[in-house]
Ligand binder design. Structure first.
Ligand code: NAP
Length: 486
């Protein structure tokens, strides 16, 4: 498939290790989910190439962490500028390999780049402390780069999940070995090309592509050189990587699955709540970790909410994300479309009513699923308990504030949650009562580089972005300087 790129050299099919483009002996296919067309045959590497990347990162790290923070900052800033200068091409590559609509891809490129910009600035502000003590000693705290960082990332945000990790890692003085998802390696490789053009020294940014995630992951977690693992993906894989990281006691950050509730109280602005639920539910065809997963609506406005929500969801335009008219793209794979349909069938067989959709859009292709709304749903259904990761909105009913909080918290996940109310006291009570790392009150567009993104419970540990985001990439070292009295 020929993408209309201004700069076709951004489309890479080799891995990037120690500043070289590496082919390996096998390849895997990257397909466009909207059309099934082959986009690229990409280097299929495994454990031995991962070890080469780790060695390169370990060597590159030595001079990088010793460089003045201002120089690291300037190089990161150059990388940011290049990403933004190539925003349109990067968005095309992303939509082609992942499926999300072009407007969302443009948004993700800018969102992802903002982490590089932010941490370019933060690089200069990694302060230590001097702790007051006795006359003959000084107690000093310095912050140092943690070392080589392994970053394993998912397909649903092929660019931003990488920059959210590489930005703070490089700012702190670390080197990174990135393993992107096998569905979406092209966005990762384009980012590596731009890092290279920005002048970021060889060995600091490595991208190992491959389909044997288990082997690559094992090489990363087994290595004593890798001092930190940062992972974004599903909770089961996160748990496995946590176990694997225990053997070498690595620092870990985990950005895992979600099961976001949106709680709509009867005092909410109904149109605002419907618009918020719709925007969050159907973004990226429902494939984000902070997408609304469960819509909880107060009994007295339940029917009115459903009428407006179904009418709005029915206006979504399902199609190829590369067409500007499309507002809902395909799912990432046919397997995903099947999984989503299984979950809908589970609900229907237990008594749910399909108010909209409820089926694949086979006339468009095998990855397309119609925007779907389910009513008469209950807490024992899979759509309540599991991450749906598709364009399906189950709408549940609650009676009062206490029940809403209980329903929201009735899950092992705790990433994002949303509340719609105009009662300021209720907004505070419910915000503090829900067990989630992030709460949007009358707002669903809650993320940016300036806020701490992350979850509680089995949604993970650590925070990305904001002034807190650098903490996961630095060690705190205490130095006691004694014998100062003459
Ligand atoms: P996934 O299956 O867990 O895969 C994520 C990454 O892990 C991919 O690069 C995958 O490689 C790799 N992987 C899979 N098995 C592995 C193993 N045994 N060892 C090492 N690496 C392994 O998740 P996904 O389906 O791509 O992404 C969707 C999930 O990510 C959802 O649960 C979503 O909620 C979560 N997510 C969370 C956040 C957050 O910030 N909390 C953000 C975005 C997404 P392959 O692709 O090669 O299999």
């Amino acid at each position: 498939m020929n993408l209309p790129l201004k700069d076709p050299t951004l489309l890479k099919n080799r891995a990037f290790i120690d500043g070289e483009w590496v082919a390996g002996s096998a390849t895997f296919s990257v397909l466009n989910p909207a059309t099934g067309e082959l986009l690229a045959s990409v280097a299929d590497l495994g454990a031995s190439h991962t070890e080469l990347a780790i060695t390169a990162a370990g060597l590159a790290l030595r001079s990088w962490r010793a460089r003045p923070a201002k120089e690291r900052s300037q190089l990161l800033r150059r990388w940011y500028d290049l990403i933004m200068a190539n925003q349109e091409d990067l968005a095309l590559i992303m939509t082609a390999e992942q499926g999300k609509v072009l407007a969302e891809s443009r948004g993700e490129i800018a969102y992802g780049a903002s982490f590089i910009e932010w941490f370019a600035e933060e690089a200069k502000r990694i302060y230590g402390d001097v702790i007051p003590g006795s006359a003959d000693r000084r107690q000093i705290v310095v912050k140092q780069a943690v070392g080589v960082v392994a970053a394993i990332t998912p397909w649903n945000f092929p660019s931003a999940m990488i920059t959210r990790k590489a930005g703070p890692a490089l700012a702190a003085g670390c080197a990174v070995v990135i393993k992107p998802a096998a569905e979406t390696p092209l966005s990762a490789l384009a980012l590596a090309e731009l890092a290279d053009r920005a002048g970021i020294p060889r060995g600091l940014v490595n991208v190992v592509t491959g389909t044997d995630a288990r082997a690559i992951g094992q090489a990363l977690t087994d290595s004593p050189v890798v001092r930190k693992l940062t992972f974004t993906g599903s909770t089961p894989v996160g748990k496995q990587l946590l176990q694997q990281s225990a053997a070498t006691v690595k620092k870990v950050s985990m950005e895992l699955g979600g099961n976001a509730p949106i709680i709509v109280f009867d005092d909410a602005d109904l149109d605002q709540a419907v618009a918020g639920a719709l925007e969050s539910k159907y973004r990226n065809a429902g494939q984000t970790c902070i997408c609304v997963n469960r819509v909880l609506v107060q009994d007295s406005i339940y029917d009115a909410f459903i009428a407006k929500f179904v009418a709005a969801a029915a206006r979504l335009s399902l199609g190829d994300g590369l067409l500007e008219s499309t507002t809902l793209g395909p799912l990432v794979s046919a397997r995903s479309a099947n999984d989503v349909h299984d979950m809908v069938q589970d609900a229907v067989s237990s008594g749910a009513t399909v108010a909209l959709g409820g089926e694949r859009a086979e006339e468009l292709g095998e990855c397309f699923y119609r925007p779907t709304v389910l009513t008469d749903v209950t807490q024992d259904m899979r759509v309540f308990r599991e991450e749906i990761f598709g364009p399906v909105a189950p709408i549940f009913r609650f009676q009062d504030e206490a029940e809403a909080i209980d329903m929201a918290n009735d899950t092992e996940f705790g990433l994002a949650s949303y509340i719609y109310t105009r009662d300021i006291g209720r907004a505070w009570r419910v915000s503090e009562g829900v067990e989630y790392g992030m709460v949007g009150v009358n707002e669903v567009a809650i993320t940016s580089e300036i806020i701490p993104f992350g979850g509680m419970k089995e949604s993970g540990m650590g925070r990305e972005g904001s002034k807190y985001g650098i903490d996961d990439y630095i060690e705190t070292k205490y130095i006691c300087m004694g014998g100062l009295q003459a």
